[in-house]
Design a protein around this ligand. Structure first.
Ligand code: GAR
Length: 192
């Protein structure tokens, strides 16, 4: 059995609303995780400021351009995460595909949230693809990260209606409401 710790690392590329709700749930005592590390691959990611404001001990912008390969970048991230003692990695709008080397270093320890009901609409624009397909129901999925993109074990899902007049932003906003309920709960269950 692995030596359990509540310490988690969050990797994000964007505005960081999922990171914010996880931090908020921790603050309210609803999530037993301890966010030790936040890594962003974009210098202007909102997640950086959110993490800094919350007093996360290790907040890093890691620049992929400073590394020779995807593997080298991922190994550098893995070193930070391991050194900080995190045993769960939470991808929260992290838009880089992780290399197999990284995934193999953390078996069953990386989770992701994806804005569709997987296995439908894998890939970078799940919301746009759902709209184009004309589905009447979509949602979000929390899943284990495996080497095949958006294909690891499904841990939790929530669904939302797709309305006639939805555009990308209205549908994404409705999906995010569900993400914000689901992700802190799943993180809590995994660190217990
Ligand atoms: C979320 O909707 C998440 O599902 C999506 O990025 C958004 C990040 O929002 N992730 C993916 O599309 C991964 N393929 P946030 O920065 O506000 O947390």
């Amino acid at each position: 059995m692995r030596n359990k710790t509540n310490k988690i690392a969050v990797m994000a590329s964007g505005k960081g609303s999922n990171l914010a709700v996880i931090l908020n749930a921790i603050e309210k005592g609803e999530c037993a995780a301890d966010v030790e590390v936040v890594i962003c691959d974009k210098p202007n990611a909102g997640a950086l400021a959110i993490a800094q404001d919350a007093g996360v001990p290790h907040v890093l912008f890691m620049n992929p351009k400073e590394y020779n390969s995807r593997e080298a970048f991922d190994v550098a991230c893995a070193e930070v995460i391991q050194k900080a003692g995190c045993q769960l990695i939470v991808l929260a709008g992290y838009m880089r595909i992780l290399s197999p080397a990284f995934i193999q270093m953390f078996p069953e320890q990386i989770i992701n949230i994806h804005p569709s009901l997987l296995p439908a609409f894998k890939g970078a624009d799940a919301v746009g693809d759902a709209l184009k397909a004309g589905v009447k129901v979509s949602g979000c999925t929390v899943h284990m990260v495996s080497e095949e993109l958006d294909s690891g074990k499904i841990l939790a899902q929530a669904c939302v209606p797709v309305l006639e007049d939805d555009d990308w932003h209205s549908l994404h906003a409705r999906i995010q409401e569900q993400e914000h309920k689901l992700y802190p709960q799943v993180v809590h269950q995994l660190v217990l």
